[in-house]
Write a protein that binds this ligand. Structure first.
Ligand code: GUN
Ligand code: ZN
Length: 551
């Protein structure tokens, strides 16, 4: 079960319920190798871990480990939080293990009381031919379906298909039929190892277009903190890291900008508890030191991302992170442009934080795409220009994102206009047509800005942080707002001021996240107004959580 909490870019924070336990997302599952636990699981809590992942196949093939695990995986690993088990697919790829029986491994995952169950998918290589990729996909789909019949636990559905986007789409369509609780994008480790981030993100966005918004998505094997923000912004909710430990063994010191070799460090560019209290010359156990530092930066980045989502500044974080490697910047720019339609449908149409321009890829950001589209609805006698938005009616100079954007070389401009005209143009910009003729505006004496709009009744207010018009239920009668139609069952609740839950939504044509909408019954009677938290497709997808926050 997955509940949305906040959203920004195409990322989100959420609550993922795994059996009786729950974790925040985005999050990372820390890989535990049962043969080699340099940091024991129970110490991982102190680094910020909520979830661990281990390999059921490695345990299964070793009699000693198997006997211990059969008494209960949680006791064996000394970890009371949720445990995710992988199936051995990766060992088939990296250690040439021959095919593992999926049903046998599922039974074993059940037996040891794993919380998230993974069937044996067929690891598809970037070099695999289309025929091979197709065969592996078919077999993987069969195994997911069979797994659904074998377990009632949280089920993970791996998505294969290699580099073939049509096969990735097919893999998603097939996997959805098993109604799994989690989707994991597989076969991407070689792409990350080779810095083929453009193809990686192309695959992720293809999958996101074909997976339900109401389920979390795991990027299988993504463990370097330099990619977390980018993959989150493109829709991933979960990562896993063996990287913290593999890098440590090879002398790798992870940062959000890339990896340093320990030998080359004369300073620690980090203030985690390990680095703050020592310097490279004094470190005795190098591997242990690196393992712990790597864990600290990993969780620091996850927290940074969640905070950025809360503050509506995830794109800004990504734009700064992708500048640490040209291949990341390429991946970001190429895919932001390629998927701009899709991405724009899944981002907030208004944000609390300013739009920062930081390079030409900014021009493909949803804030720009959506503002340009809305501008087509507004005509004026006077315009000013601001890159990358183009010609803007002067009456909109205080409206999001025009006055909330900071663009090098472009002066901030607030142009005076008649308050009544500013209100009308703002409404046209947001909603298009309206029938407002005579109304009065109330200007704040303190700020000089428009506050309220009224006739004999209050029609709406202007929100201070983005200059947008928030109609009242009365005001909605005069404006051609997009409508969320709700089930009869929900009508009395909505009329009583309750918010609208997704499961009661009948239709929500063309609605975007954060848009001001009216809530109506089947006959079109206005019940309430408020802010949409989900877009049209997402409202259909979710059966839990809020769809419209009414005022
Ligand atoms: N770990 C890394 N990549 C994969 C994958 O494609 N499938 C599975 N099951 N585990 C993985
Ligand atoms: Zn450190």
């Amino acid at each position: 079960m997955f509940e949305l909490l906040d959203r920004d870019a195409n990322g989100r924070t959420g609550k993922f319920t795994i059996g009786k336990k729950e974790i925040k997302t985005p999050n990372i599952a820390i890989v535990i190798n049962p043969n080699r636990m340099l940091v024991p699981p129970k110490e991982l809590k102190g680094f910020g871990a909520d979830l661990i992942i281990t390999n059921s196949y490695i345990i299964y093939r070793n009699q000693k480990l198997r006997e211990k695990a059969e008494k209960g995986l949680h006791k064996f690993l000394n970890w009371s939080g949720p445990i995710y088990t992988d199936s051995g697919t990766f060992q088939m790829y990296s250690q040439n293990v021959k095919d593992i029986n999926s049903e046998e491994i599922i039974d074993f995952q059940e037996k040891i009381k794993s919380d998230i169950i993974t069937p044996v998918d067929m690891f598809t290589l970037p070099d695999d031919s289309k025929e091979t990729a197709r065969k592996k996909l078919k077999e993987t789909s069969k195994r997911i379906l069979s797994a659904r019949g074998l377990t009632k636990k949280t089920l993970n559905a791996p998505i294969q298909g290699g580099l073939f986007l049509d096969l990735r789409k097919k893999a998603c369509v097939e996997a959805k039929k098993s109604n799994p609780d989690l989707f994991s994008i597989g076969g991407i480790v070689p792409l990350m190892e080779q810095y083929r981030f453009r193809e990686l993100c192309d695959i992720i966005l293809t999958c996101k277009q074909n997976l339900p918004f109401s389920k979390p998505v795991h990027a299988f094997g993504a463990g370097h903190p330099m990619v977390f923000s980018l993959l989150t912004a493109f829709g991933c909710d979960l990562f896993d890291s063996a990287m913290y430990s593999i890098a440590a063994r090879r002398g790798g010191y992870l940062t959000t900008n890339g990896t340093h070799q320990f030998e080359n460090l004369t300073e620690f560019p980090c203030s985690c508890p390990m680095c703050a209290n020592s310097n490279p010359r004094d470190v005795e156990n190098k591997e242990e030191f690196l393992t712990k530092h790597n864990l600290y930066v990993t969780f620091q980045e996850i927290r940074t991302i969640r905070q950025a989502i809360k503050e509506d500044s995830l794109w800004e974080l990504v734009q700064s992170r992708v500048r640490s490697h040209p291949k990341l910047l390429e991946a970001f720019e190429y895919n932001l442009k390629k998927y701009k339609r899709f991405i724009s449908k899944h981002d907030n149409i208004s944000k609390k934080s300013a739009f920062f321009y930081s390079g030409k890829e900014s021009e493909y950001r949803p804030e720009v795409i959506l503002a340009k589209e809305r501008l087509k609805k507004v005509k004026s006698k006077r315009y000013f220009t601001k890159k990358p938005f183009g010609r803007i009616p002067v009456e909109l100079s205080g409206v999001y994102p025009f006055s909330q954007s900071i663009i090098p070389g472009e002066p901030d401009k607030r142009v005076r206009s008649k308050p009544e005209e500013a209100v009308k143009k703002t409404i046209e910009y947001q909603f298009g047509k309206h029938k407002l003729k005579k109304f009065k505006v109330e200007i704040s004496r303190k700020t000089g800005r428009i506050r309220r709009v009224y006739s004999d009744k209050l029609l709406g207010t202007i929100r201070s942080y983005d200059g947008l018009f928030l109609p009242t239920k009365e005001g909605a009668n005069f404006i051609d707002m997009k409508k969320v139609v709700v089930d009869d069952d929900a009508v009395p609740f909505v009329e009583n001021g309750k918010s609208v839950f997704a499961k009661f939504v009948k239709s929500a044509k063309g609605i975007l996240p954060s848009e001001e909408v009216s809530v109506v019954d089947k006959k079109g009677r206005i019940l309430a107004v408020g802010k949409a938290l989900l877009n049209e497709d997402e409202m259909k997808d979710f059966n839990r959580g809020m769809a419209v926050k009414t005022r």
